[in-house]
Design a protein around this ligand. Structure first.
Ligand code: MLT
Length: 327
């Protein structure tokens, strides 16, 4: 019976070393089959996932000997953290390890939209040389609206300031005295005001009941004509039909989406638009971030299985199951 069940493609030297010391079931397709997942979890002490595995209350109940669920990433929306907490199971995750990579992609997507890089590349490969058509805009002097000024939002804003952008921000959980606001010389404001004032909007909120579809047609319609929208957070915070309509009606200048309402998505009308950039949820996928992420989850799984404490967790550092002390 495996001690550790890995349900997605989580590889690298820290995982090799974990596999050397524990019985690990590595099945990168397991997330696709909830029934097989339940069977595998039933005997596991640790479950290691990315964002595609739905770790439901049912799966947690099935894991009678489960001590730790380790999420290789920052978002916890695919894990029933409340159920895990109720069952005394540690939820380890990696809130910091990929923030820089996500922030760098967000800035890259802003530049790609501003200079129409993907569309110009496609056209040039087809033999075009449409220099006028690919006239872009500068980021310098533009206003960036950051929705969610947490770790990733603040890192994105810092990078945007380095290219001469002014920062405005919306965040329900901080006030004007927050260090991020002061460091970035940002102005906090209600979402509607931000949408009306920003030339670029970048979204960095977690998926919760209150952020689901927080960007809809009405919101996009409030944006400045020609403004651009970037989402590297969670696809479900955007109503894609509303975005599509706003783009079709020319209310927005462009959009770049690393994340989608359904993943993987159908190509759909957004895939036909030249001012839309689509990416396959890879903001966190850099060599550096993935090494840190895998090292972090493997360290925490090892620590918990050896009777120690996780270092990065969403609920508690060591299991609270009545029988977990027995090892
Ligand atoms: C994250 O939540 O860390 C990123 O979106 C990457 C992922 O989901 O695996």
């Amino acid at each position: 019976m495996p001690d550790v069940v890995v349900t997605e493609n989580i590889v690298g030297s820290p995982m090799d070393s974990l596999r050397g010391d524990f019985d690990v079931l590595f099945d990168p397709d397991l997330w696709k089959d909830p029934h097989k997942l339940l069977l595998a979890v039933a005997s596991a002490k640790a479950l290691v996932v990315r964002n595609q595995t739905r770790v439901t209350a049912e799966a947690i109940r099935a894991g009678e000997d489960l001590r730790v669920i380790a999420r290789a990433g920052a978002g916890l929306n695919n894990i029933d953290v409340e159920a895990a907490t109720g069952a005394g199971v540690v939820v380890a995750y990696t809130p910091d390890e990929n923030s820089v990579s996500v922030a760098e992609l967000a800035l890259g997507l802003m530049l790609a939209l501003a200079r129409k890089i993907p569309a110009a590349d496609r056209d040039t490969r087809k033999g075009g040389w449409a220099r006028r058509e690919f006239t872009g805009v500068e980021l310098m002097g533009k206003t960036l609206g950051v929705v969610g000024l947490g770790r990733i939002g603040a890192l994105t804003a810092a990078r945007a300031r380095a290219v001469g952008m002014t920062i405005i921000a919306h965040d329900d959980f901080i006030d004007a005295a927050a260090p991020a606001v002061l460091d970035l010389d940002a102005r906090l404001m209600p979402l509607d005001d931000l949408l009306a004032q920003a030339d670029f909007v970048t979204c960095h909120v977690p998926l919760t009941d209150s952020t689901r579809e927080m960007f809809d047609y009405d919101g996009f319609s409030k944006m400045k004509p020609g403004a651009m929208f970037v989402n590297t957070s969670r696809g479900e915070v955007v109503d894609e039909e509303g975005l599509q309509r706003a783009l079709e009606e020319g209310k927005l200048g462009g959009a770049a989406l690393d994340v989608r309402q359904t993943e993987p998505p159908e190509l759909g009308p957004l895939g036909e638009m030249d001012n839309v950039i689509l990416m396959p949820h890879v903001a966190a996928f850099t060599e550096e971030a993935q090494h840190r992420v895998v090292a972090s989850v493997c360290r925490d799984v090892r620590a918990v299985l050896e009777g120690g404490e996780a270092a990065a967790y969403a609920n508690f550092a060591s299991p609270r199951r009545p029988d977990s002390a027995s090892g």
